[in-house]
Design a protein around this ligand. Structure first.
Ligand code: ADP
Ligand code: MG
Length: 484
């Protein structure tokens, strides 16, 4: 699914690679025991290590190592038995150590891959270059005082996984699908909460353009983009900007740019520093990190079923379409909910009800699935009532609306409102006869060849029955009488 952009000199192809920073879901920081929780009063989650006090020694948090390994396994990646923490040296007021402890030449996770699901239903594999562990920096606050800047070190030392893709994506849609799938994987694994609003997942977006088939062009890196929509907007804008420059006879300078969420544009932040500017060297306070095969295998055994496997299983086991299965597995809770609804019921009916009715109602009410007023068991009961012909699909929608509004059970609503479907032939026949008696002209037209009127008769009978007549029986009876 290569989306080409039209320029004056012909078609251009976008080339995109993403570096995603995902905060490891742990209680404490990468090298200290301070809380890694989001928020808190400024400078309350700070140990002397995070404040860069001289003489403090970092100690690796084993939980972060486990979760990085688990994430690597989830990305079908090679886990490196030995990796090395290095100092990446630079000065920033919110980096009190004067360097960031990161991994460089020897990351904990090597090459892997992710399958992404594209809007047209196809699947594409995007390569993963590496995943490494590193510390987050603190935060400078420039809007608290007219003359002064403040610094909040709560985030300083938080554990991050930097997940670097290969430059394999060719459109904003592919980049969006990549971030969506990566987010689903880490959330299934519980290694990152994937909360982009709180910054626990953020993307650096690398974009270049080229003529199809040509060598890779010079890229620009757009820093810290924090939603899927912004990632896509940034790519779209940046690719067009680069094409304009090249077609105007200019060249692209490799640089770091910022995305302006207010108008969807990017602007230059600084020219790109090279790795040698950081003077990376192995941190003398930390031994090389060794993870044994046994440790890796123990982690593998605790891994849950991942989105792709679940999608395949939903297609095989329940006969769902690729499209429906893809939406259902998008969130782990959604897939679990569906399976509970489907238990003992028709799976396609269950999937339709979850996907269109329930998710639609939740979306309208701005509610999450976990706050759904209708439980999976309750939705299952409603579907049971459709299956055993107690109510029609149309009445079921009414019942559902009341369930959603009140939290009541389907059976109770049907009972209280007398919505039980009429399946008594005699009773339906009475209504059919009444409708026919009221419309002699229409019967004439129907018999004269106006077949479409059949729907009119069905509609009238259903209406007269308050929607409760069994539609199949109405059809049969009408056919019999009209053809007599
Ligand atoms: P650095 O560490 O300097 O940021 P990397 O080589 O690690 O550089 O690449 C960073 C990201 O840029 C990767 O996700 C990679 O896929 C992407 N990338 C590399 N070359 C290009 C290019 N020509 N166009 C678009 N993205 C690219
Ligand atoms: Mg980079």
């Amino acid at each position: 699914m290569t989306a080409l952009l039209k320029g004056e000199t012909g078609d251009w192809e976008m080339v995109i690679g993403l570096e995603v920073h995902a905060q490891v879901l742990t209680k404490s920081k990468l090298f200290s025991g301070a809380s890694a929780e989001f928020g808190g009063a400024p400078n309350t989650h700070v140990s002397p290590v995070d404040a860069g006090m001289p003489g403090m020694l970092p100690v690796i948090n084993k939980e972060c190592v486990k979760k990085a390994v688990m994430t690597g396994l989830g990305l079908n990646a090679k886990i490196n038995n030995v990796s090395v923490f290095e100092r990446k040296n630079y000065f920033y007021p919110d980096l009190p150590q004067g360097y960031q402890i990161s991994q460089y030449q020897h990351p904990i996770v090597g090459e892997g891959s992710i399958e992404i699901d594209l809007p047209d239903g196809s699947v594409k594999v995007v390569g993963i270059e590496r995943l490494h562990l590193e510390q987050d920096a603190g935060k400078s606050l420039h809007d608290q005082h007219p003359q002064k800047s403040y610094v909040d070190l709560n985030r300083s030392g938080n554990p991050l996984m930097e997940i670097v893709s290969k430059p394999d994506m060719r459109s904003p849609e592919e980049a969006g699908a990549y971030v969506t799938k990566l987010r689903a994987i880490v959330r299934y694994l519980g290694t990152c909460d994937g909360n982009m609003d709180e910054g626990s997942m953020r993307c650096d977006v690398n974009v270049s353009v080229r003529k199809p088939g040509a060598e890779l062009g010079t890229r620009c890196e757009i820093k810290n983009v924090n939603s899927v929509r912004f990632v896509q907007q940034a790519i779209e804008f940046e690719a067009r900007r680069q094409i304009e420059i090249i077609e105007g006879g200019g060249v692209i300078k490799q640089e770091t740019r910022l995305f302006d969420t207010s108008n969807g544009t990017t602007r230059s932040m600084r020219s790109k520093e090279d790795a040698h500017d950081y003077r990376y060297f192995p941190d003398p306070d930390l031994l090389p990190l060794t993870v044994e095969d046994g440790f890796i295998e123990d982690i593998r055994k605790t891994m849950p079923e991942l989105p792709d496997a679940k999608k395949q299983r939903f297609m095989d086991e329940y006969g769902l379409s690729h499209q429906d299965a893809s939406v259902l597995i998008g969130e782990r809770e959604r897939g679990d909910f569906f399976e509970k609804v489907a238990k003992g019921h028709d799976a396609k009916l269950a999937s339709n009800w979850v996907l269109s009715e329930l998710l639609g109602a939740l979306h309208k009410a701005e509610k999450d699935l976990k706050d759904s007023p209708v439980t999976a068991e309750q939705l299952g009961e409603l579907i049971g009532l459709i299956e055993d012909d107690t109510i029609s699909g149309r009445i079921a929608k009414e019942v559902f609306a009341e369930m959603f509004g009140t939290g009541k059970n389907a059976g109770d609503i049907v009972e209280a409102r007398g919505l039980k479907q009429v399946t008594d032939t005699g009773e339906i026949e009475k209504i059919v006869d009444a409708v026919l008696a009221e419309n002699p002209d229409k019967i004439e037209q129907y018999k004269g060849g106006k077949d479409k009127l059949f729907g009119f008769f069905v509609g009238q009978v259903m209406k007269k029955s308050g929607g409760k007549a069994n539609p199949g029986m109405v059809n049969d009876l009408l056919k019999k009488k009209l053809e007599a």
